[in-house]
Design a binder for this molecule. Structure first.
Ligand code: SF4
Length: 399
């Protein structure tokens, strides 16, 4: 048994999701500020939220990494120094960067630790050595790297390696694609990717059978069955994709991978029955068919999700418990998807098995009785002694 446990790094698309990911077990989170990131459609953090997020994460033993992984034009450098100073002041643990010019600028103008973004497509020892010379301490490897190759890069280049273990993928070398630029006028490498590869396309060639297909859409990555390899090869950080995904996604992924890594710490293995349980939990969140992509062997046509545009989900994210009031006998729920009086909901605790509660009556914050809730509102449902603030609620979809 190895004494090594990788860091679990979760996406934080908003302050709420940061809190949820940390409380459900992430060791670190990554997020974007208002500029310089590659998820311009995500909520992203204001300066105040960033400061609050770092302080919450640190108080709970977690780290915060901030993405600055857009490719810069000269004018983008204008206010960079001011932003770096703020990140330093807030105590951000590292910045994630792709552009060599930005890496040089940061290493010359701040004390911030620099992680190389997956966007730089580092896949080999020589490239990693070069990035290290520029001041990078950790490389987020391209998704085309196997776990075995990652271990070699770590050993030979002498820096930390981070690998994606879960989430959506890009059919190009992480973002090096301009379909979105040309079809939607949105620049993939400046945070505007419209996920054009997920759409249905047809061949316009008289020699080819005219067939519509989703041939550019990739399945989702799932590496839970390879956890033993990640541990044995001492991969420093396991990264989950998904800053634009739901609160339920952030919480479920953090909980499942945390439980698996903690189980290993205590028992020295991942036990096959537990593995089945963790996999079944991962199938309850929105996802496409899963693949291990290139984690063991280079990805093949088996990684193409040639079915449809949308993702599948066994459960709907109902909302988050924002307050628990034992004396007044209610749970205050921030509603994400509607539910009705009498519905059975599942509470996802930070640790342990999910449990059911019944929304036998629902009232608005002003005390009005409701038969149905609306997304974006706060409602009260009956108190449960086992539910905690920030627990997530989900509901099984009718099959
Ligand atoms: S459109 Fe698809 S392939 Fe292109 S950058 Fe976006 S996710 Fe990647």
């Amino acid at each position: 048994m190895s004494n090594f446990t990788p860091e679990l790094l979760a996406p934080a698309g908003s302050l709420d999701k940061l809190i949820i990911a940390v409380l459900y077990g992430a060791n670190a989170v990554y997020l974007g500020g208002q500029k310089y990131g590659l998820r311009q459609a995500a909520e992203n953090f204001t300066d105040q939220e960033l400061e609050e997020g770092v302080s919450f994460a640190h108080a709970n033993g977690a780290k915060v990494f901030v993405v600055l992984n857009s490719f810069f034009h000269d004018k983008d450098f204008d206010s960079l120094n001011i932003f770096l100073k703020k990140l330093d002041d807030y105590g951000v643990d590292a910045v994630i960067v792709s552009d060599p010019g930005v890496i040089k600028y940061i290493s010359e103008n701040s004390q911030l630790e620099i992680h190389l973004s997956t966007q730089a497509s580092c896949l080999n020892v020589e490239a990693a050595k070069l990035w290290k010379k520029l001041g990078v301490t950790r490389v987020v490897l391209g998704r085309e790297t196997s776990i075995k190759d990652a271990a070699l890069i770590k050993k030979e280049a002498g820096l930390e390696v981070e690998m994606f273990i879960h989430g959506s993928m890009c059919m190009a070398y992480s973002g090096h694609c301009v379909i979105s630029n040309y079809t939607q006028g949105r620049d993939s490498n400046r945070g505007g990717c419209a996920h054009s590869c997920r759409f249905e396309y047809s061949f316009d060639d008289k020699d080819l059978e005219s067939k519509k297909s989703y041939f550019m859409s990739s399945k989702d990555l799932e590496g839970i069955r390879l956890l033993q390899d990640f541990v044995d090869f001492e991969i420093d950080s396991l990264k989950v994709e998904g800053r634009m995904k739901s609160h339920l996604y952030a919480g479920t992924i953090s909980k499942v991978y945390r439980e698996a890594l903690d189980y290993y710490d205590e028992n020295g293995d991942f036990h096959s029955d537990n593995m089945k349980h963790w996999e079944s939990e991962l199938r309850k969140i929105t996802h496409r068919a899963y693949t291990q992509a290139s984690l063991v062997e280079p990805a093949s046509d088996d990684s193409i999700y040639d079915e449809r545009e949308h993702e599948d989900s066994l459960y709907t994210s109902i909302g988050t418990i924002r307050d628990v009031n034992k004396d007044a006998g209610f749970l205050l729920v921030e509603v994400k998807s509607f539910f009705n009086t009498g519905d059975t909901l599942e509470v996802l605790p930070f640790k342990g098995e999910p449990f059911e509660i019944v929304a036998s009556n629902i009232t608005s914050v002003s005390g009005k009785e409701l038969t149905k809730t609306k997304p974006g509102t706060l409602v009260k449902i009956p108190y449960s002694p086992f539910a905690t603030r920030w627990n997530l609620l989900r509901k099984r979809n009718l099959q």
